[in-house]
Design a protein around this ligand. Structure first.
Ligand code: ZN
Length: 121
């Protein structure tokens, strides 16, 4: 969770909306990391979730991310929800940042956790 928040902070420092995402194995190993890179890369698809999915798929050599969990600091948009479904990620953990992200000051954030089981067979 802290890693996802750190990625969100990195995005904010670089002028992007602060969103961070991780793809995590049940063992706790992080296999994919992503920060929102839309402004930095001038890429409208470079949401943190997409970046993390691409990173994990490349690292694992497989687009099927079965049995993995995504941890993300913002509820996924429609594009990211579709990518999460297509990648077959089984669980989504939302880390809700309670402080306004518009302030770009995440030093005193509070967060809650919500887990969703998805892509069940
Ligand atoms: Zn998105």
């Amino acid at each position: 969770m802290q890693q996802a928040i750190s990625l969100a902070k990195e995005a904010a420092v670089k002028g992007d909306v602060p969103v961070g995402a991780l793809v995590v194995h049940d063992s706790g190993n992080v296999v994919g990391r992503g920060a929102n890179l839309r402004e930095q890369d001038n890429d409208p698809t470079a949401h943190a979730e997409i970046v993390a999915i691409r990173n994990a798929a490349k690292k694992l050599g497989n687009y099927r991310l079965d049995d993995l969990t995504m941890v993300v600091t913002l509820e996924p948009c429609g594009m990211c929800a579709g990518a999460i479904a297509q990648s077959r990620i089984k669980r989504l953990v939302l880390v809700h940042l309670m402080k306004s992200t518009a302030q770009l000051d995440l030093s005193g954030i509070y967060f809650g956790i919500q887990e969703l089981s998805i892509n069940q067979r």
